[in-house]
Design a protein around this ligand. Sequence first.
Ligand SMILES: [Zn+2]
Length: 347
Amino acid sequence: MAKEKNPEPKTNKPAAPVNVRSISEEEKPVRRRFPGPRDASAKLRVAIERTAYAELIAHAKSSLDAEVCGVLAGEVCEDDEGLFVDVKALIRGTAASQASTHVTFTQETWNLIHRTLEHDYPELSIVGWYHTHPGFGVEFSEMDLFIQRNFFPGATHLALVTDPLSGDVAICINTAAGIQYLESFWVDGREQKCRVPARSSMKSEEAPAGGAPGGSGDRLQALEARVSQLVQALDDMRGFHYRFMLTCGFVFCLALIAGVGYTIYKQLSSRYEPPQLNSYVPVPVQIGDKTVLIGVGVADWKVPPELNALLLQEDLLKQQAEEKAKKEAEKTNAPQAEATNGAPAAK
Ligand SMILES: [Zn+2]
């Protein structure tokens, strides 16, 4: 191997070694039964308490854009089957550790984690770490493996990654053969399947030996996944926009058709129809010495309401005019009548 140096620390990883004293495995395993089935078998049995798991999901779902991280607090235990890890609580990493797109554990984050651990969970120790990959799967990146190797090197140190969009969970542990994926873990005694990426643990062990190509390939894949996500989002947005415009156009056309239809209907229904002759009766009339037939026609005319109203108004006006004329005539007649009262026999 020409390359002896690990190429990884070139990226945005903390250059200075950070204080990881309290995650060493100095404590003796607690002797008790595994909180799950007797026949549970795995490279390392991992039990997560219900509340801790709920907290993990809640923290993961709290950020669907940026990655979030934190540590797993619990106990390393032992029963007849061997060692197992019991995760009892989570300690969330601070926002400062999520400044970059990829999570990092800064000294500041570690200080806060240790303070929280001492204050809230003095009886527990750090048994691993977790972080999220929102929307791009649960495959461990080179950076993730770097963190695991350098900060969580113990045989019972877990690395958990979850994708809040797919709900997938993957857990890696350190084994003699390198970092490997677990196939299941137990929440409240019930088995949960882990996601084991297709290019499984074999790849993660080849990567360090292969050096930069593996790392950059990994990053390239993550980038590709992100780009395809963005393209998908863009397509979705475009599709939504198109559907929205289509709906608007459809509604507009519908309104136009309805308007035109109503106008046509209105015109048709209110068309003035000429009177229609219903019956015709000839009446003989004697004029002088000649008999003449006079026709009397009975016409049927549906008077449209507008016209009817007009006719009625005209009638009313006529009546009023007549009454007025009558009154005026009376007025003018009255003085004459008085004047001629003295001589009634004028005729
Ligand atoms: Zn990661």
